[in-house]
Design a protein around this ligand. Structure first.
Ligand code: SAM
Length: 275
């Protein structure tokens, strides 16, 4: 039987490659992000303004160390390194995404290290980082308690965990078409906001703050769907008909579910308590 990770890795490998390395993918991204500060290399639902706020919450600065968990092709890690001057590391389980991130990151100062790995078993010693960041990824990683425990382990006491994630804000959808549309990029394992609070406290985090960012999440999903429709011909060429149709249904469904207050997005910050 294939594991959850094996089920979705191929889709991420292909999407990262085609969106990042083809002119059509780049055109779609330029259109999608044009009103929200431009494309930063993110394959997610986080704008430049939101990233600025997230960066502030990390406390990252020169001579500090940060980890971008599930970094994709590295756009967020590049932004963090350039904005703060910290020493950044990025980790993702898509090998093609990591190769692209390494190539795109060569000119960035301070230099960024990109590692191929699994968020549930981080290849770093305890107390390595001053901040761990993750953008719109944890929802597809099973065993969330392990991920949160790994974040606590690799953070220095007093270090910050700051992430955006998709959460359950109403009853989990049961309709089969909705469920199918939502699982294109991997089965979803959404926490509730209060579930996150408990999980983080249990792992030793203190000063936990959770902000609801669903309104912007809905707007960005609508724009993802709009950019798919606008660039349909190019999108079909680079993603293939099936992944294109599935992707369009995915973003339309997320927008609907978000507007109906069933699924939403939160930005979470928490401080690693004393050892
Ligand atoms: C929606 S993308 C977001 C990528 C990036 N954070 C961004 O904003 O552009 C989710 C990412 O999570 C990665 N991912 C999923 N499960 C993972 C796991 N168990 N360990 C590490 N990375 C994982 C995928 O390869 C993908 O790059």
């Amino acid at each position: 039987m294939r594991t959850v990770i094996e089920e979705t890795r191929g889709i991420y490998d292909l999407t990262h490659r085609q969106i990042t390395l083809t002119p059509s993918g780049q055109a779609m991204m330029a259109y999608l992000w044009q009103d929200w500060g431009g494309y930063l290399g993110q394959l997610s639902w986080t704008t430049r303004d939101q990233l600025r706020e997230l960066t502030r919450a990390t406390g990252l600065a020169p001579r500090t160390t940060g980890l971008d968990l599930c970094c994709g092709t590295g756009g967020i890690a590049r932004y963090l390194a350039e904005a703060t001057g910290c020493a950044m590391t990025g980790l993702d389980y898509s090998a093609p995404a990591i190769e692209i991130a390494r190539r795109a990151g060569t000119a960035v100062r301070p230099p960024i290290r990109f590692d191929h790995g699994d968020a549930r078993a981080l290849p770093y010693p305890a107390a390595t980082f001053d901040a761990v960041v993750s953008v719109d990824s944890l929802v597809i990683v099973p065993d969330r308690h392990r991920v949160v425990a790994e974040c606590a382990r690799v953070l220095k006491p007093g270090g910050r965990l700051v992430f955006t994630d998709e959460v359950l804000t109403g009853p989990y959808p049961r309709d089969p078409d909705t469920l199918r549309a939502l699982s294109v990029y991997g089965r979803l394992f959404p926490q509730t906001p209060s579930g996150y609070r408990r999980l983080l406290a249990h792992a030793g985090f203190v000063d936990i703050g959770i902000r609801d960012t669903t309104a912007m999440f809905v707007a960005i999903n609508r724009r993802w769907a709009e950019s798919y429709r606008r660039f349909a011909k190019q999108g079909r060429e680079v993603l293939g008909d099936k992944l294109f149709d599935d992707g369009l249904a995915f973003f339309e469904t997320l927008a609907e579910q978000g507007a109906a207050r069933r699924l939403g997005q939160v930005r979470v910050r928490a401080t690693r308590g004393p050892a």
